[in-house]
Design a protein around this ligand. Structure first.
Ligand code: H2B
Length: 97
């Protein structure tokens, strides 16, 4: 399904709701780093997000080592940031708050 990239103004507006995320212009997406108490907590979080991502057919790019998870959200189909990334970021924030 086609999805459109947020323009600069829309991106800046929507990022006000996501203070824990920063826009990476090179990656054309938003990043957040998370730390958990240990690997089990980190991987448990990733499992919860994986289930949401699969349901939404929208997947994070992420890196995990031990208790650290680094996440990049971007929309390949839109070559940049879309509302799908914002929705997933909000879901991640909700799970971690
Ligand atoms: N995830 C992300 N982050 N961006 C996409 O454009 C995307 C995706 N496209 N997950 C989906 C899958 C697409 O490849 C499938 C075929 O719907």
């Amino acid at each position: 399904m086609q999805v459109s990239r947020l323009d600069d103004a829309a991106r800046e507006a929507v990022l006000q709701q996501l203070p824990q995320w920063r826009y990476d212009a090179d990656a054309k997406g938003i990043r957040r780093s998370l730390r958990f108490t240990d690997f089990a907590e980190a991987f448990g979080f990733m499992t919860r997000i994986a289930i949401l991502a699969e349901k939404a057919d929208h997947h994070p790019e992420w890196f995990n080592v031990y208790n650290r998870v680094e996440i990049l959200l971007t929309t390949h189909d839109a070559d940049g940031l879309s509302q799908r990334d914002i929705d997933l970021a909000l879901a991640i924030d909700a799970i971690t708050s």
